[in-house]
Design a protein. Structure first.
Length: 175
């Protein structure tokens, strides 16, 4: 547990409880807190899902990789904001409920995790979600605009982790 260098477990628990009760912080799930962001018209905003996922990474010593519709949304390939946000992980399967939203950690193969945390992993998972038949010139143009030269080089370095049809797309993006 973090903060144990600042006091005893009981003192830390009491302080977190007081800060939660006063509204300074918000308890998301056991052991996870954030500072609630407020919108002037809508009140408390939902937590930032990437930050929650990164907090889980730090707390539980995991590797994660956004997948499915969430990965495609992060790259701007779809407008859809999924009801379930799925991350592949090298840790155990788990669901974290954050209000109306669910973060799903789904255990996967080492090959799927080989590119975790890199742009190539995000692109691979996005393209898998879209499926080969739906990757057209519009998707390619969006990826070419979105990715920097360094990102494109990373794709080429990680091409061995991608299915062959995605490798062909990597080459077109680089081209």
């Amino acid at each position: 547990m973090q903060f144990l260098d600042l006091g005893s477990r009981m003192a830390v628990d009491q302080t977190l409880g007081r800060l939660t009760k006063s509204g300074t912080i918000r308890r998301l799930t056991r052991g996870l807190y954030d500072y609630p962001a407020k919108h002037p018209d809508f009140g408390d905003l939902p937590p930032n899902y990437d930050r929650v996922a990164q907090a889980l990474v730090g707390r539980d010593n995991l590797k994660i990789q956004p997948s499915g519709a969430y990965a495609a949304n992060l790259l701007g390939l779809t407008e859809q904001v999924p009801a379930k946000i799925v991350f592949f992980t090298d840790g155990p399967n788990r669901k974290v409920q954050l209000g109306k939203q669910t973060i799903v950690l789904k255990r996967t193969t080492p090959r799927n995790m080989a590119t975790a945390g890199r742009i190539s992993g995000l692109v691979i998972q996005s393209l898998r979600y879209l499926k080969q038949g739906n990757v057209d010139s519009t998707v390619l143009a969006k990826l070419k605009r979105r990715l920097s030269d360094d990102d494109k080089n990373t794709l080429m370095n990680d091409i061995r982790y991608a299915p062959s049809w995605i490798g062909d797309i990597f080459r077109k993006i680089q081209g």
